[in-house]
Every structure is written in C-alpha cells, then in structure tokens.
Design a protein around this ligand. Structure first.
Ligand code: 13P
Length: 255
C-alpha cells in the first residue's frame, strides 16, 4: 500500500463554464462535504468575475479558491488582464499558470511562464504550473523532451525554497475534454520523469512538490489514477462542474 508523504490535491478547473448561482450552489455543496481538509486538499479554479462571491462562500472552510490565469506585473497598461495582487484581493489563494488552453488558444508564449510563476510566488498565490504535450508531439516520441523544455523555462526563476508552494499538473493536450485519458503507464512514466527532473532542479525539495494529472478525469478513473505512487492529485475540468461527478472524484478512495 502507498504511504503518502504529500497531501492529495483534488482541484476543479471550471474554465468558462457555470454561472454565478450554480457556482455558489456547487461551492456550498462541496464545502459541506470536505470536513476539516486534513486528509486532502480541494480547490476550485474559478472565472475571475465570480472569485469574490465564491471566496465569500468558501470562507471559513479549507476549500481553496484560485484564479485560472494572471499577468505577471502588478499594474500597468494591460487591458483585459489581472494582476496577482488583484486575485489576492478578491480572496484567491492560488492560480493556474500555463494551462494548455492559455498556451494554445490564446497563444501565451513560453517566455511568460517563468515570470508568471515567479509573480505568483511573490504574491503568495500557490501556483499549479501546467504542462503537456500535443498528440503530434507524442506520436513523434517527443513527449519527454517537450515536457522538460516546459519545465526548464517555467522553473527558470524558481529557487529550491519556493518548491513546496508549487504543484505541477501534467495535462496531455490530447486528453483534455476529449474523453480520452492517458494510460496509467503513460501517466506513471511522465510523473516519474517530472519528479526526477525536479530533483535535478531543486534537490531534496523536489519531494515537496505535488504532481497532479489532468485530462478527462472522471469518477470511474480517479481511483486508479490516484492509486499510482507517482500521482499526488487530479486537475479536473468537465467533471468538476457538478457535485454528482466531482464529489466521487474527491472521495476517490471511498468507492
Ligand atoms: P477535462 O477534465 O474536461 O478533460 O479538462 C482537463 C483540464 O484541462 C483541467 O485543467
């Protein structure tokens, strides 16, 4: 049996879904089910316009609330962007950095990632740094190389003492929203590779970084994914939008 040294982390990324009232209902339901949060960490990554309301409902519970993206400067002429301090001001304690939809749909470039990761840490926002390969890259046997490159650039400004604040989400682009999950072997291989890379980068502090899997996580595959020693948590998109599908994922070990 696995003896966990890192607290399991189950996070829901709502993307551009739900509305205000359904968001708040979902948060109320989940908040009522997570107890004191001592055995697992649960969080929602929320459209920024709902952050203040969601944070108010989550307050007093261990439920984490985060932004889905941010810019790396504290103010300036950046129409449409959000500063780290703004996320904090409306109650966020964490943020996604480098989600594949930001990288691919909105053309966020690699050079921004180290700045964003640094800015999140400096603003006391716990980042989940997202990496993942496309299907073309996987089919060309370039998965490890592509992921290491994303890690190298993202962690450029990270110091070993920052490591325990950071989580990494491995989200293969081809598994996001497609119903196709990476095989357990693929996930295990990549997560082990990430852990090894982390040791090279931050030494023993690598043990403190949680590595999450994301990409078509559902109630019926959560348990098997979490049973892998290399998987510390899950980043859930579609199945995090309803209590009926998200609660069984949070309680993956109960079914
Ligand atoms: P799905 O769970 O809908 O595949 O989304 C995964 C994801 O991108 C989470 O950030």
């Amino acid at each position: 049996m696995t003896v966990r040294t890192r607290k399991p982390y189950i996070a829901g990324n709502w993307k551009m879904n739900l509305d205000r009232s359904r968001s708040l209902d979902l948060v109320k339901t989940v908040k009522g089910r997570i107890g004191d949060g001592s055995d697992r960490e649960v969080a929602f990554f929320v459209p920024s316009i709902y952050l203040a309301d969601v944070s108010a409902v989550a307050q007093g519970s261990p439920l984490g609330v985060g932004g889905q993206n941010m810019w790396y400067e504290d103010d300036g002429a950046c129409t449409g962007e959000l500063a780290p301090r703004m996320l904090r001001e409306v109650g966020a304690d964490r943020v996604l950095i480098g989600h594949s939809e930001r990288r691919h749909i909105f053309r966020e470039v690699e050079e921004w990632m180290p700045r964003k990761l640094r800015a999140a840490l400096d603003a006391d926002l716990q980042p989940i740094f997202c990496i993942g390969e496309t299907l073309t890259e996987r089919n060309a046997n370039r998965t490890d190389r592509v992921l290491k490159k994303q890690l190298e650039s993202g962690f450029d400004r990270v110091k070993p003492e920052d490591a325990h604040h950071i989580s990494i989400a491995y989200e293969p682009v081809w598994a996001i929203g497609t119903g196709e999950t990476a095989t357990l072997e693929q996930v295990d291989h990549v997560h082990a590779m990430i852990r090894k890379w982390l040791f090279g980068k931050v030494g023993g502090e690598a043990e403190t970084v949680r590595i999450l899997y994301g990409g078509s996580v559902k109630p019926d595959n959560a348990k098997a994914l979490m049973a892998l020693d290399t998987v510390d948590g899950l980043l859930v998109g579609g199945a995090s939008l309803q209590a009926e599908t998200f609660l069984p994922i949070i309680e993956y070990d109960a079914n």
